[in-house]
Design a protein around this ligand. Structure first.
Ligand code: ADP
Length: 463
């Protein structure tokens, strides 16, 4: 009830986002911010930064001149402010990012955890200098906050560019950071798209970049940094995945089905950790898939702010069109096993199941509630693992089994950042389960883990 009341107060509220710069700076156009569940409903307005805004902000950026104790206090104060303002943060997450209540609660929790975890580790070597933090729309509060909290905990100045789809939550969060005591010169916000990101990663005042987004963008940033920034400027990148799960014939089917639905369809599949390719042992496949499609039928697609919603909208019309064309292709090939109708308005995609022969058949990461399924023979586990490894991504992997030796064997052979056994396959638990991948999935180290902050510091050469 308290949550409902807090969210309800913001039902028709309009927010505004704009560059937050430490100096007078030119800004660009203003546009409406749409609601992905109800595209005609404007959630607010955004005034964009331009490359000129970036130049002015970069000139004004100054590493945070405060003691480690002061930085710790301020980071914890930000966490307090997030907790005090949860109703407003949930409402923005529902209306701007299409997050369900469960997702919004988890997201604010994760953001707070990052602030407190890094806030407890502020002492150490000096900062790198000025960090560009470039964040995605799928965790527009948690990843945005995690990157900034790490850079600030170590005393860097931050130039933050949130994703163009989610400027409002970023702006509100940045306001709370300033209110908590982060100086204007240590945190500046630059809402914009790729052009603003490009201006950041080529500005010589920038001495490091933290990035989460697509593998392709990470490669562009890597090149831009090599050309324009000082040699050795760190790039910390968290990128895509093509994550698999193996269910063998000893797994508990009810447990596996519940975990698969969460891993593949929660957040409408818009998580880099999400399950994309399920391998089921062939002798149980028919009955298992029947149970899985039954569970998919029971999932409710709907408005993010309704408590009964399991699957909200995807982020925008472009995302929906890309996912729909993937589903249409599968249907044309006779590989579509299950999908359902969705509400007419809003960018909804139903939980969908597509048959493949193996992960090699999946051309790209489809960022939506689409699960591919293949079977494997009782003696085919190692071939399956090799096929998954050969794909080159290495973010998450799930295993459902009750054979103890198999857990060890598979975990050792699988080249991934995070292995999940007999549970759902879902991102970070800050502190106890740091998150990050290998290969095409990222540079490491893992966010929310013990070595992450080291990359935001300069380590003196040994004498
Ligand atoms: P996604 O598939 O999550 O949208 P992107 O890699 O396109 O992945 O976006 C992640 C972040 O990277 C966003 O903030 C986006 O605006 C930013 N971005 C996109 N292109 C560039 C670029 N050329 N340079 C820097 N940042 C970029």
């Amino acid at each position: 009830e308290a949550i409902d009341e807090a969210r309800g107060a913001f039902e028709r509220h309009q927010w505004a986002a704009a560059p937050l710069c430490a100096v007078e700076a030119p800004a660009g156009d203003t546009d409406p911010v749409p609601n992905p569940a109800r595209p005609r409903d404007e959630v607010g307005q955004v005034t964009w930064a331009t490359p000129e805004t970036v130049a002015a902000a970069a000139d004004a950026a100054r590493p945070w001149d405060a003691t480690p104790e002061e930085r710790a206090q301020v980071l914890n104060r930000i966490a307090d402010l997030y907790e005090e303002n949860y109703g407003e943060l949930f409402a923005i997450l529902h209306r701007e990012a299409g997050k369900s209540l469960l997702d919004a609660v988890a997201e604010v929790r994760e953001a707070v955890d990052f602030l407190r975890y890094y806030g407890a580790r502020t002492a150490g070597d000096p900062p790198v200098g000025v960090f560009a933090c470039i964040s995605p729309w799928n965790f527009p509060l948690a990843i945005f906050t995690g990157q900034i909290a790490a850079a600030l905990a170590t005393g860097n100045a931050v130039l933050s560019k949130p994703a163009e789809q989610t400027p409002l939550i970023a702006h509100r969060a940045a306001q709370l950071m300033h209110e908590a005591g982060v100086p204007a010169t240590a945190l500046q916000l630059l809402p914009g798209a790729g052009e603003v990101g490009g201006a950041l990663t080529s500005n010589p005042a920038v001495s490091g970049v933290a990035f989460t987004g697509s593998t392709e963008t990470a490669q562009i940033i890597h090149k831009s940094m090599a050309k324009n920034l000082a040699p050795g400027a760190p790039l910390i990148a968290e990128t895509g995945g093509l994550n698999a799960m193996i269910v063998d014939s000893t797994a508990l089917p009810e447990q596996a089905v519940a975990a698969i639905c969460e891993s593949a369809f929660q957040s409408a599949g818009q998580r880099c950790s999400a399950l994309r390719c399920l391998y089921v042992q062939e002798d149980i496949a028919d009955s298992f898939l029947e149970m899985l499609t039954g569970a998919m039928d029971a999932m409710r697609i709907g408005r993010p702010w309704d408590v009964s919603t399991d699957v909200g909208p995807v982020i925008d019309a472009e995302a929906k069109a890309g996912i729909a064309s993937h589903i249409d292709e599968a249907e044309a090939d006779g590989r579509l096993l299950k999908t359902t109708d969705t509400p007419d308005t809003g960018h909804f995609v139903a939980p969908t199941l597509i048959r493949v022969n193996g992960i090699a058949d999946i051309e790209r990461e489809v960022f939506g509630p689409v699960l591919h399924v293949a079977t494997f023979a009782a003696d085919g586990i190692d071939r399956t693992i090799d096929a998954i490894n050969a794909k080159g991504y290495g973010l998450t992997f799930g295993l459902m089994t009750r054979i103890d030796d198999r857990v060890q064997h598979v975990s050792e052979r699988m080249k991934v950042g995070n292995v999940y056994v007999n549970r759902n396959q879902i991102g970070a638990i800050v502190g106890s389960q740091p998150f990050g991948g290998e290969g095409l999935s990222g540079t490491g180290p893992k966010a929310g883990g013990p070595d992450y902050l080291d990359r935001f510091r300069v380590h003196p050469a040994p004498q």
